[in-house]
Design a protein around this ligand. Structure first.
Ligand SMILES: N[C@@H](CCC(=O)N[C@@H](CS)C(=O)NCC(=O)O)C(=O)O
Length: 246
């Protein structure tokens, strides 16, 4: 009995499809379409109290779960062979306590949704209201956003992947916030963040990433380069527009 992934197009649930593709585990994909920006009523499923994406159902254990970080940890633990730690055969996407890279792994795994994503969303919301460029709140949010991006960029200057030499689930957590999130804002360019751009180039080379994006969002133009979209989906009125399409 395979895991069911509820994926909403152009959303954080791309992380879960990507994780399963990297691990090579089978899953059933149920797609939901934004209405036209927020989550549709089809995501108001028993167990999904917030009605957001991602959401998974595991028929084997009867467990349902929301929150991408929790889901990633659940899938890694569920598929761990031997000791807990996200092993699947030779594939290993988590670091264990005591292992080289462990502290960086947990730090960047959590930084994705606790540091980077809030900074992106704070700037996204401020971009949506008409504030003067020298508005204090906007200035502070911009400073916070760029300090956050610099923090990620500095890490990627010293390591190929966020946990070190090995690609891990921490990279999966961070990539949505740097890429697809920009369809909603902020319209931030990565000019000056050469290490982030290099990292996104390495992500593009991963076959599992390509497969995940093709399965989850086959129409979406991937935002792996320096420049953000000219117009966000919010400005364009939602997914009915074609600003996000290839
Ligand atoms: N922290 C949650 C965030 C979930 C979330 O906000 N998902 C967005 C998609 S990126 C959503 O469902 N938005 C629709 C809405 O808020 O109505 C996670 O990591 O899963």
């Amino acid at each position: 009995m395979v895991l069911t992934i509820h994926h909403m197009g152009i959303s954080q649930s791309e992380r879960i499809i990507w994780l399963c593709e990297e691990l090579g585990i089978e899953y059933k994909l149920i797609k939901h379409v934004r209405d036209p920006v927020l989550a549709p009523t089809s995501l108001k499923i028993n167990g999904n109290d917030t009605g957001k994406a991602p959401f998974i159902e595991d028929p084997e254990s009867g467990i349902t779960l929301a929150e991408s970080g929790a889901i990633v940890e659940y899938i890694l633990a569920r598929n761990a062979t031997g000791e807990l730690g996200g092993y699947l055969g030779e594939k290993k996407l988590a670091k264990k306590y005591g292992e080289k890279g462990y502290v960086d792994y947990i730090y960047w795994f959590h930084y994705a949704n606790a540091g980077l994503q809030p900074a992106m969303m704070g700037s996204m919301f401020l971009d949506l209201v008409s504030l003067d460029n020298d508005d204090r709140t906007k200035t502070w949010a911009d400073q916070r956003l760029h300090a956050t991006l610099k923090h990620v960029d500095d890490r990627l200057a010293e390591a190929k992947w966020l946990a070190g030499d090995d690609f891990t689930a921490a990279d999966i957590m961070v990539v949505y916030s740097l890429t697809t999130q920009r369809y909603f804002g902020p319209k931030v360019s990565y000019k000056g963040y050469a290490n982030i751009v290099r990292f996104l180039g390495d992500v593009k080379e991963r076959p599992a990433y390509g497969r995940a994006m093709e399965k989850g969002d086959p129409e979406m133009r991937l935002l792996l380069g320096e420049e953000p979209p000219v117009k966000t989906l919010v400005e364009a009125g939602g997914v009915g527009s074609d600003v996000w399409k290839k």
